[in-house]
Structures are given as C-alpha cells and as structure tokens.
Design a binder for this molecule. Structure first.
Ligand SMILES: CCC1=C(C)/C(=C/C2=NC(=C\c3[nH]c(/C=C4\NC(=O)[C@H](C)[C@H]4CC)c(C)c3CCC(=O)O)/C(CCC(=O)O)=C2C)NC1=O
Length: 161
C-alpha cells in the first residue's frame, strides 16, 4: 500500500532526484486537506451502518436483485451484499485518508470482477449501490470531503466494470 507521500517520494527516488515543483504541490495539497480527511473519516466511521443502509434503500431495495431469483434474494446473499458495501465504504475511507488508491487495487479489486462474474453478482447494480453510497456520504461529510471520497468510490466502480 502507498500513500500520497510515499508515492511522490518513490517516484523521485527512482530518478535519484529531490522533489520537483509538481511533487511539492501534490504534497502541499495533501497536507492542506489533512484535517478535512481525518474529520470525514470519523464522520464516516460513526455512521457507516446507516450510510450502507440508506444507500441500499436508494438503489437496490424493491428492484429485481432483491426479488426471488435476484442475486440479493435470500438472507444469506442479502447479508453478503451489505457486507461487500461495507468493505467498499471502509476501504474507500482508508484510500481517502492515504490520498492514494493503491490499497483498493491490492485488497479489494484484486480478483473481484472474476469472483462477481462466477457468482452472478450483477456489476451494474453494484455500481449503482456504490454511487448511492457516494451521494449519502457526501451529504454527511460535506462537499469537499465528499468529492475526495468520490474519487475512490469511482475507482472501485471502474475497477469492477
Ligand atoms: C475486502 C475485500 C473483499 C471483497 C470486496 C469481497 C467480496 C465478495 N463478495 C462475495 C459474494 C457476494 N457478493 C454479493 C453482492 C451483491 N449482490 C447483489 O445483487 C448486489 C448488487 C451486491 C451488493 C451491492 C452477494 C449477493 C454475494 C454472495 C453470492 C453467492 O454466494 O451466491 C464473495 C464470494 C465469497 C462470499 O460469499 O463471501 C466475495 C469474495 N470479499 C472480500 O474479502
């Protein structure tokens, strides 16, 4: 896993150079948004269960996936879906704190698409639910932090698609 600092330093180190202006700007904006990130992470962790619940209500409930024959039908599969959304929320929060998406590649997206395809988990509905979490999260954290989180929710959606 990388963060905004290690990724900038690693790429300078590969070239054997001090940080250039662009790298300094990246670090500056990362440090300037530090408090925003930490505050957002605590709001999200205090409200994680209700963020997931509200996102499901907005996107999946009473749709084909929750009806008999749908992939979320039966308590076991419903619970698996809720658990997956909670993973996406938690790992997006880690990535937002780190200012870097690499943790999503390593711990969430690695092999996920293949798993979903083999179990018939519908990617389009999953993406809808993640987009709903993005909206619900932004409404709780405010626009600036919501935008930061949005980067990582979108990253998961494109990794799944
Ligand atoms: C931390 C990294 C990590 C991720 C991301 C993860 C995902 C993940 N989701 C799974 C299943 C599943 N995922 C879903 C999810 C859904 N079905 C729908 O219709 C909805 C649209 C959607 C929720 C948004 C469902 C229903 C299953 C169970 C499918 C089955 O067993 O038939 C499975 C198969 C094994 C299991 O059932 O636990 C994995 C590995 N596991 C991990 O360790």
């Amino acid at each position: 896993m990388q963060d905004a600092i290690t990724s900038v330093i690693n790429s300078a180190d590969v070239q054997g150079k001090y940080l250039d202006g662009g790298a300094m700007d990246k670090l500056k904006s990362y440090f300037e948004t530090g408090e925003l990130r930490v505050r957002a992470a605590s709001v999200i962790s205090a409200n994680a269960a209700s963020i997931v619940k509200e996102a499901v209500a907005k996107s999946l409930l009473y749709s084909d996936v929750t009806r008999p024959g749908g992939n979320m039908y039966t308590t076991r599969r419903y619970a698996a879906c809720i658990r997956d959304l909670d993973y996406y929320l938690r790992y997006s929060t880690y990535a937002m704190l780190a200012g870097d998406p690499s943790i999503l590649d390593e711990r969430v997206l690695n092999g996920l698409k293949e798993t979903y395809n083999s179990l018939g988990v519908p990617v389009a509905s999953t993406v809808q639910a993640i987009q709903a979490m993005k909206e619900v999260t932004a409404s709780l954290t405010g626009d600036a932090a919501g935008k930061e989180m949005g980067v990582y929710f979108d990253y998961i959606c494109s990794g799944l698609s």
